[in-house]
Design a protein around this ligand. Structure first.
Ligand code: CA
Length: 228
């Protein structure tokens, strides 16, 4: 199975050129021409590596990187303009795996891609994580939730909310914390959107399977606890 690479780059000609070269090398390539679209694609968790330009319209590369890192440890190689040392340092600080300065020789990019992909194979396979509580299992990479082996259909937001609570098992999360982590800092809504989504989860999971997954902590928020 070929490895999947996402290119987030607004210079379309350049993106197409890189796509052609990578496709020739046997990678499966998807392109996004702006930060927001790129982030949405990255959040699907379907890519093995991301090439991320820093100067992007809408959401800039650094912000895209920051948000990707909230949900994923997928390798990210930043594409930086010549001589912008600040970008390199700050990219690596924010969790980029590597950076490459434009313009670059395609062979150099290919070498870095191979290195970054090798690291994931060798390193802890974070994306292969399966989170669980009781009879419920959440497969992070496949984005699948099952209860006693039966699949549960969740929307992306429901999945992300459940994943966050499972990742922080035993820790009570406030509505504000959930909004910030699952909806993003710039979400300007009311915190009761969290309650609405908790209700969705309960109706799709607890009510269907007769289990109790998410507990309400009055006046504080929500928590998933291991059963005693
Ligand atoms: Ca650019």
């Amino acid at each position: 199975m070929s490895q999947r690479i996402l290119i987030i780059e607004d210079e379309q000609k350049f993106a197409r050129f890189v796509e052609m070269e990578l496709t020739y090398e046997g990678y499966e390539v998807t392109k996004a021409y702006d930060g927001r679209t790129g982030l949405q694609l990255a959040e699907t968790g379907e890519f093995d590596l991301i090439l991320l330009d820093i100067m992007l319209p809408g959401l800039n590369g650094m912000e895209v990187l920051r948000r990707i890192r909230r949900v994923s440890s997928v390798p990210v190689i930043m594409l930086t303009a010549r001589d912008s040392v600040v970008d390199k340092v700050s990219g690596l600080d924010h969790g980029a795996d590597d950076y490459i300065t434009k313009p670059f020789a395609i062979e150099e990019l290919l070498a870095r891609i191979r290195t970054a992909l090798r690291k994931t194979v060798a390193g802890p396979a974070q994306e292969e994580r399966v989170l669980s509580v009781g009879d419920l299992r959440l497969d992070v990479r496949r984005r699948q939730v099952t209860v006693r082996g039966t699949p549960v259909e969740l929307t992306k937001r429901e999945f992300d909310l459940l994943k966050y609570l499972l990742e922080n098992k035993g820790v009570v999360a406030s509505r504000e914390a959930l909004l910030q982590s699952v909806w993003g800092f710039d979400f300007e809504g009311e915190t009761n959107v969290v309650d609405v989504y908790i209700r969705f989860l309960r109706s799709k999971i607890d009510e269907v399977f007769g289990i109790k997954t998410i507990s309400t902590v009055r006046g504080v928020g929500y928590v998933i606890r291991d059963e005693d």
